[in-house]
Design a protein around this ligand. Structure first.
Ligand SMILES: [Fe+2]
Length: 286
C-alpha cells in the first residue's frame, strides 16, 4: 500500500511538471546574415512562424500570445499546419486568428495545412479553409504567391503536407520567377526530396521537438526515421547547403505534456539581398 502511494504521488508530480512545461513558451529568434557581418545594407523580412497549434491541447491563450508578440516587428506571418483535428475546435481557432490580424503584418498571413487538419471530414475541412480566408489568410496548397519587399521579389511557396501524401513540389513551384524562395510546409521530411530544387529558406514543424524527448524523441520516432537518424528534430539545419527550420510547435498532441521540449514561437529575421551563410540564434524564455 505504501509503495502504491509513493508511485501514485511520483506520477502526479511527474505529470504536473510535464504539463507545466507546456506553459513555458519559448520565443526563438533566428537571424540570417552574411558571414562577414560587414554591415552592408540589406532588406529585412521579419517572419513570425507559428506551427502545430493543436487547439485541442494548447496551453497558451490568445491573450497571452498577443501580449508576447505585440512589441515584435512582424512583416509576415507563416502558419505551418496542424491547427486541430476535431470539427468542434474550429471556433477555438478564431480568437487566435484575430490575434494574428492584430499584429498587422504588412505582407499578410500565409497558411499551409498539416496531417492532423486533413483528419477532418470534407465539409468540416472546407469550414476550416473558409475560416482562414474569412480572417484574411492566404491558404497555399501546392502553389505560390509573390510579394515585393522594397522592390525585392519574394516567392512564398506553400507545399502541401508530405506526411499525408499531399505534397507536389513541381506544382508548388509553377510560375515562380527569380527571387527569394521562401518555402512553407508542414513536414520537414520533404527536404529529402528537394536536393535539386532551389530554395533559400524552408519553414516547417510536425515533429514537436519530440514532445516527449526522453530518453528519445518519441513523437518523431514513428514519423521519420531518416530525419531522426540525421538528428534533424528541431531548430535550424542545412540539407545540401540549404537552410531549413523545424519548429517545436505551439500545442501538443495525444497528451498535454512535454518533456525535454517546450512550445515554440519563432521570429525569423531574413536579409533578402545576401547569401545566407551564417546563422545566429538566440533563445528567449517568455
Ligand atoms: Fe503536429
Amino acid at each position: 500500500m505504501i509503495i502504491l502511494s509513493i508511485i501514485s504521488i511520483a506520477f502526479i508530480l511527474f505529470w504536473y511538471r510535464a504539463n507545466k512545461n507546456t506553459h513555458q513558451v519559448m520565443l526563438n529568434q533566428i537571424r540570417l546574415s552574411d558571414s562577414e557581418g560587414n554591415g552592408r545594407p540589406s532588406t529585412e523580412l521579419n517572419v513570425l512562424q507559428v506551427s502545430d497549434m493543436h487547439l485541442e491541447r494548447i496551453s497558451i491563450t490568445p491573450e497571452e500570445l498577443y501580449n508576447k508578440l505585440k512589441n515584435e516587428r512582424i512583416d509576415l506571418i507563416a502558419l505551418t499546419g496542424d491547427y486541430l483535428d476535431k470539427k468542434r475546435s474550429i471556433p477555438k481557432l478564431v480568437p487566435y486568428l484575430k490575434v494574428f490580424n492584430q499584429l498587422n503584418a504588412k505582407y499578410g498571413i500565409y497558411v499551409v495545412f498539416g496531417n492532423h487538419d486533413y483528419k477532418l471530414k470534407k465539409n468540416d475541412f472546407t469550414t476550416l479553409f473558409k475560416t482562414f480566408e474569412n480572417y484574411g489568410c492566404k491558404v497555399l496548397q501546392n502553389h505560390n504567391e509573390t510579394i515585393f519587399v522594397k522592390g525585392k521579389q519574394v516567392n512564398i511557396i506553400g507545399i502541401d503536407d508530405h506526411y499525408s501524401n499531399r505534397s507536389d513540389i513541381k506544382k508548388s513551384f509553377v510560375g515562380v520567377e527569380k527571387g527569394f524562395d521562401l518555402v512553407l510546409t508542414h513536414d520537414p521530411s520533404i527536404i529529402l526530396q528537394m536536393k535539386d530544387i532551389h530554395f533559400n529558406y524552408l519553414l516547417s514543424g510536425h515533429f514537436h521537438g519530440g514532445q516527449i524527448h526522453w530518453p528519445k524523441p518519441f513523437h518523431l520516432a514513428h514519423m521519420s526515421k531518416e530525419m531522426m537518424d540525421m538528428n534533424m528534430i528541431k531548430g535550424l539545419h542545412y540539407y545540401h547547403g540549404k537552410p531549413f527550420y523545424i519548429s517545436e510547435g505551439l500545442g501538443q498532441t495525444s497528451l498535454n505534456i512535454r518533456i525535454g521540449s517546450r512550445p515554440e514561437i519563432t521570429l525569423h529575421q531574413i536579409l533578402l539581398d545576401i547569401e545566407l551563410q551564417k546563422v545566429e540564434k538566440t533563445l528567449t524564455a517568455i
